[in-house]
Design a binder for this molecule. Structure first.
Ligand code: GAP
Length: 443
């Protein structure tokens, strides 16, 4: 059974604490598009930086790229998206709702939610028709067929059309990879589940170019590496699993594909895909552009079109995994609290600073401590309400440390540091705080 209550609580916490807001809310919202607030933008940035570090900075065989969203329309003909990036769509003539014909068993009749679309007496579904998921727009002032361009539905193609540029400029040769983080757009028929399936989202994709014949070994290597990366982010291992695509599930470009799935409150679902795309994309771009996209080994004169192993992770879907996984409700000190148990390294705010007393020298001392820390980490200064309430607010925000500045601070320049999870409080000298936090924020 889907735990809709948990999702409702999470959506409400995300809004209350400033993680995620509905887009254009004052106009009634726009379907399945979301905005990231002050904490959400930090959380997503931390996840993206962690991914970029592991892909680009910690390896000498992967280079970074930031290709444009708008590309030559022939790219999408070559990639197969113009012809084949479609879902079957049905309309209900009675209630005007739209559904994916291949997912009716997962849907709900809006008029009779206990029934699936098409099952209730009043349902009157049309025959399925194919619907292309790419957003189309026009380049330049004239809106005709010759000026059609698409918002990219995946970031991968920007890497393929640049692969020779990057390989030559960075003096790489296979096996090597190109990593990119950027927006992608899909006009999904049935978006939903908060930020799980949206029409505008971000992808973190890495394309690894290898010699044909070495592809299967590299596929296994990347599959295991990516799973380990998610464990290292702190996601509960029991809630992660692989799902291998059966032949009828495979995308048009893939020879083999594994999803990394998470057990969401609405069931097991994919949030990263690892694909063996063979030489499909590069060969198609050779055919459509007329350009040679081979790798030529100058020493051995060997030439080949590389195979591509792709790792494709949604930044928003990963943020949802991390939020769902971190959410917990518990009783402490006789009170109910909601906590986001985020790993310190990805938490949006690293510490809250709470002045406790109104005495001479306060709040200046607390402000000074806060300013010292601010130049190193995102810090939140809070002097409003009881200390219990201040702790609770930061627990909900996932802030790992709470620093209280009290009467004793004025006498001996020490503060109390409270650990969000263990609730242990330690007295630490104010001038050691930066080092104390640094040690604990790397994990
Ligand atoms: N380049 C390959 C590719 O795009 P995909 O399985 O279609 O493969 C990869 O997408 C990842 O992108 C998914 O696992 C998911 O995390 C994210 N993603 C795809 N469609 C999405 C959507 N409508 N909303 C949010 N994330 C999406």
């Amino acid at each position: 059974m889907p735990d809709t209550q948990l999702m409702d609580k999470l959506v409400s916490l995300a809004k209350r604490r400033g993680f995620i807001f509905q887009s254009s809310e004052i106009y009634g919202g726009v379907g399945s598009v979301w905005d990231y607030g002050p904490l959400g933008v930090e959380l997503k940035k931390n996840l993206k930086e962690r991914w970029w570090r592991s892909m680009v900075y910690e390896r000498d065989d992967i280079e970074g790229l930031d290709a444009a969203i708008l590309m030559h329309p022939r790219v999408w003909e070559a990639s197969g998206h113009v012809e084949g990036f479609t879902d079957p769509l049905v309309d209900c003539r009675t209630c005007k709702a739209r559904f994916r014909a291949d997912q009716l068993d997962q849907g709900q009749c809006p008029q009779k939610p206990s029934k699936k679309p098409g099952e209730a007496e009043q349902c009157n579904l049309t025959e399925p028709r194919m619907f292309n998921l790419m957003f189309r727009t026009f380049m330049g002032p004239v809106e005709d067929d010759a000026s059609v361009v698409y918002l990219r539905p995946e970031t991968a193609q920007g890497i393929y059309v640049n692969y020779l540029n990057v390989m030559q400029a960075a003096r790489q040769k296979p096996p090597f990879g190109i990593a990119q983080i950027g927006k992608a757009f899909r006009n999904e028929i049935t978006p939903g589940n908060f930020i799980f399936r949206t029409r505008e989202f971000e992808q973190m994709e890495m394309q690894f170019f290898v010699k044909p014949g070495e592809d299967e070994r590299w596929f296994e290597e990347w599959k295991e590496r990516r799973m380990q990366w998610h464990r290292d982010v702190g996601i509960t291992p029991d809630k992660l699993r692989f799902h291998e695509h059966a032949s009828e599930e495979l995308a048009h470009y893939a020879k083999k594909a594994f999803d990394i799935e998470y057990e969401f409150p609405f069931g097991w679902q994919e949030f990263e895909g690892i694909h063996n795309r063979t030489d499909f994309d590069l060969k198609r771009h050779m055919e459509y552009s007329g350009k040679k996209l081979e790798y030529v080994d100058t020493a051995t004169k060997e030439r080949y079109v590389p195979y591509i192993i792709e790792t494709s992770l949604g930044a928003d879907r990963l943020a949802l995994v991390v939020l769902v996984d971190a959410y917990r409700e518990e009783e402490v000190e006789g009170e109910q609290r909601v906590v986001l148990g985020l790993k310190p390294a990805i938490a949006p705010i690293k510490a809250g600073v709470f002045p406790l007393v109104k005495k001479d020298g306060m709040p200046e001392v607390a402000q000074r401590i806060c300013d010292d820390l601010r130049s190193r980490f995102p810090i939140f200064y809070d002097d409003g309400g009881s200390i219990g309430r201040r702790y609770r607010r930061q627990d909900e925000a996932g802030t790992p440390f709470g620093i209280t500045v009290d009467g004793q601070t004025l006498e001996d320049q020490t503060v109390t540091v409270r650990d969000r999870d263990s609730l242990v409080q330690e007295r630490v000298s104010a001038d050691r705080l930066v080092g104390y936090l640094e040690e604990r924020l790397t994990s």
